[in-house]
Design a protein around this ligand. Structure first.
Ligand SMILES: [Zn+2]
Length: 352
């Protein structure tokens, strides 16, 4: 058993390690440094015309800036800012599509623009596949949590005096369920419309999920049931995660640093779960192994990035696809754990 758990830890660390060294450069990309692209965007923003497309948002730019004396928060100023933002986004999109078509005809491979691959839009969706898969992940968490809720509330025996569940982690899992659901909502919004606000909400929500699930994983693995001990475990991680979210939102959205923080939290969790899966008597430990290895393998999709196939399916969207079955398995593991802990406690009671 010890040998196999060591092997598990070794492989999980190996799979998770590249995540630590990956850094995402978002500011400058080869595509947006191209003079043809820069000229195209400039002309489009001035005239509102690009090829056969007419962008109304750019044509009615009025004087191009908010009227003198009006504050940035007045309704008219906000409307103008929103219009200019949409004009810029549309111009960039059409210029990217034009440049990519020229590159394709010239036998060149796709390049990134402003830190992102060129994606084909569908209706209002900038990255339709990632947005749809984020919604599917949300649905998987919702159904997973609902079936967990029904299990602990109605199907498993309750304590005779208090009528509360025997499973001591039920409350923590209920709170946990809110965080990934929130994160997948913002992920769908971000992949639909990429602006500063949606990006920060997506990143912050994802960090919150990683931080809370790390706390919960450690509490479960070390069987921490007493309130004060739980606070001792949670407090340093909670303080770190809160500071990190504040840093990203109000100081600097540093992609490279954020990636390191997320990879480190993910790796600690994967190594902890893999070790536990190797030593626990929990009957559904095999499910846990699949989640751990599946999760580590899925992380590779974030490391080995590639351009979107047919303009839709890139590595990031495949990563969102991979988390769909993993989420199903994760919630079935949580349900099995609730059943296992309940049966252990009720058997101990009967034996007395
Ligand atoms: Zn995403």
């Amino acid at each position: 058993m010890a040998g196999s758990s060591l092997w598990v830890v070794g492989l999980a660390s190996l799979l998770a390690l590249p995540g630590i060294f990956v850094s995402v450069s978002v500011q400058a990309s080869p595509g947006d440094a191209d003079p043809h692209y820069i000229t195209c965007v400039g002309e489009c923003q001035n005239t509102g015309i690009i090829g056969s497309n007419i962008i109304n948002r750019c044509q009615s730019r009025e004087n191009g800036s908010t009227s003198a004396g009006s504050s940035w928060y007045t309704q008219e100023a906000l409307r103008m800012q929103w219009k200019q933002l949409n004009c810029m986004t549309d111009c960039r999109y059409y210029c990217i599509m034009r440049r990519e078509e020229e590159r394709r005809l010239g036998g060149l491979s796709p390049v990134q623009y402003h830190g992102k691959w060129p994606f084909k839009r569908v209706s209002v969706f900038q990255e339709p596949l990632s947005a749809a898969l984020s919604a599917l992940n949300l649905l998987m968490h919702l159904t997973g949590w609902l079936s967990f809720f029904l299990l602990v509330k109605y199907r498993l025996p309750l304590r005779p005096q208090t009528k509360r569940t025997y499973y001591e982690y039920a409350g923590l899992w209920h709170i946990y369920a809110i965080l990934p659901m929130n994160a997948w909502i913002w992920s769908s919004v971000f992949h639909t419309r990429d602006i500063d606000l949606t990006e920060k909400l997506d990143y912050s929500s994802a960090v919150a999920v990683l931080g809370y699930s790390l706390i919960l994983t450690l509490l479960r693995i070390f069987n921490v049931k007493e309130g004060a001990a739980r606070v001792m475990f949670a407090a340093p991680i909670l303080a770190f995660v809160t500071t990190h979210i504040l840093y990203l939102n109000f100081y600097e959205l540093d992609y490279g640093w954020n990636m390191k923080v997320c990879a480190a939290m993910g790796m600690v969790q994967i190594v902890a779960l893999a070790t536990w899966a190797g030593v626990t008597r929990n009957p559904s430990r095999f499910r846990l192994w699949v989640v751990v290895f599946g999760g580590a393998l899925a992380m590779l999709l974030e490391v080995f990035d590639f351009s979107p196939y047919k303009g839709y399916a890139d590595a990031h969207s495949l990563w969102h696809a991979s988390t769909v079955p993993l989420t199903y398995l994760w919630w079935s593991f949580i349900k099995d754990d609730a059943e296992f802990c309940t049966s252990t406690l009720t058997l101990v009671k009967k034996a007395r």
